[in-house]
Write a protein that binds this ligand. Structure first.
Ligand code: KG4
Ligand code: ZN
Length: 333
């Protein structure tokens, strides 16, 4: 049994988690606390890096104390300290990783630098006994990635976005439609009242043989419609846009699944919170006889439990990072 304390501070959520786990056993999340900065960045319509890092440094220490109290452990009991070291905003990554390194140094325990994308990717299996071979789709604010996962740590990228990430498209279209930041959950809410057949938006690259995505043409199509139509119904625009994203993601992922003969598809990242997206994937997977694995909602958007899980798997394999290892804002998976 190993106890790990993990910190996530790559963007606008400061998060700390304490996890307990052992090989072949489901991991226990003893505490997972988050201080969201969404309200702070909302008035700027997006994340302001300087504000984000200052708030990480303000909230981190109280969050560590809260997580330890909720987990009912003392800091000296943890076996390792993990933190996100990339990708993300440099000044934000530095706060969490430096804090984790300092604690590791003071306690004489190993530090484990974790790739934020690996955290998302493995999150659907956090409560299971193993990470099975599967096809992973990460759909977050910064990334849209299709990955052939042979095992934890063995990844092959099959496709990614050539321009905007899926969540980024949601956020930009939300802004165009006058909805609050972040646009993803707002579009989902508004789309429920609209008709997804009202506008025929493009499903870019859907029928191309490669497995890459593109969402910037779709975003531009929404903009042109807004400029051309007189008083278009926002709910119809939201519903039609959302369906175009969903059909593109489902279509490409199922194509990849057929090619790699995947038996399991796992969805992760903030956009996988979207219920219409989950329902469309569930239907497609049921039809194809594929198991769909999706993380519980609190593990979809940024959190430290997923960082702790990825770190724990590495720790249980005997791996650790050097204390002088740098952060990496563009770290690939
Ligand atoms: O994974 P995440 O919390 O942060 C990144 O690593 O980027 O993802 C945030 C993204 C944002 O773009 C947000 O708009 C989107 O996830 N998102 C959603 C929903 N909830 C969050 N997109 C669509 N529907 C949702 N319900
Ligand atoms: Zn994320």
């Amino acid at each position: 049994m190993a106890l790990i304390l993990a910190i996530e501070s790559s963007c606008d959520e400061t998060a700390v988690a304490v996890l307990r786990g052992a090989k072949g056993e489901p991991t226990e999340v003893l505490a997972s606390v988050i201080s969201s900065q969404i309200e702070l960045h909302r008035e700027h319509g997006g994340v302001v890096p300087e504000l984000a890092s200052r708030n990480h440094s303000l909230h981190l220490r109280p969050l560590v104390e809260q997580a330890l109290a909720e987990a009912e452990i003392a800091i000296g009991e943890v076996d390792a300290l993990a933190a996100t070291t990339g990708p993300g905003l440099a000044s934000s990554l530095l706060i969490g990783s430096t804090a984790a390194k300092a604690m590791a140094c003071a306690l004489g325990k190993p530090f484990i630098g974790v790739n934020h994308l690996e955290g998302h990717l493995l999150s659907p299996f956090l409560l299971e006994t193993e990470v099975p071979p599967h096809l992973g789709l990460i759909v977050s604010g910064g990334h849209t990635l299709l990955i052939d996962v042979k095992a934890a740590g063995e990844y092959q990228k099959l496709g990614s976005t050539r321009d905007d990430a899926a969540g980024e498209a949601f956020d930009k279209v939300g802004k165009m439609l006058g909805l609050p930041y972040p646009g993803g959950p707002e579009i989902e809410k508004v789309a429920k009242e609209g008709s997804s057949a009202a506008f025929d938006f493009p499903r870019s690259m859907l029928h191309d043989p490669h497995l890459d995505f593109s969402f910037s043409g779709l975003k531009t199509a929404v903009l042109y419609t807004l400029q051309k139509e007189q008083n278009p119904v926002v709910a119809d625009l939201a519903a039609s846009f959302q369906l175009a994203v969903i059909e593109t993601l489902v279509g490409k992922t199922m194509k990849a699944a057929r090619r790699s003969r995947a038996k399991i598809i796992a969805l992760s990242g903030g956009v996988s919170m979207n219920r219409a997206l989950r329902a469309a994937f569930q239907e497609a997977c049921d039809r194809a006889g594929i198991r769909l694995a999706v993380a519980p909602p609190d593990l979809c958007t940024d959190n430290a439990a997923m960082i702790g899980f990825a770190g724990l798997l590495r720790f249980l394999d005997g791996a650790s990072s050097r204390l002088d290892a740098d952060i990496s804002p563009n770290l690939p998976l």
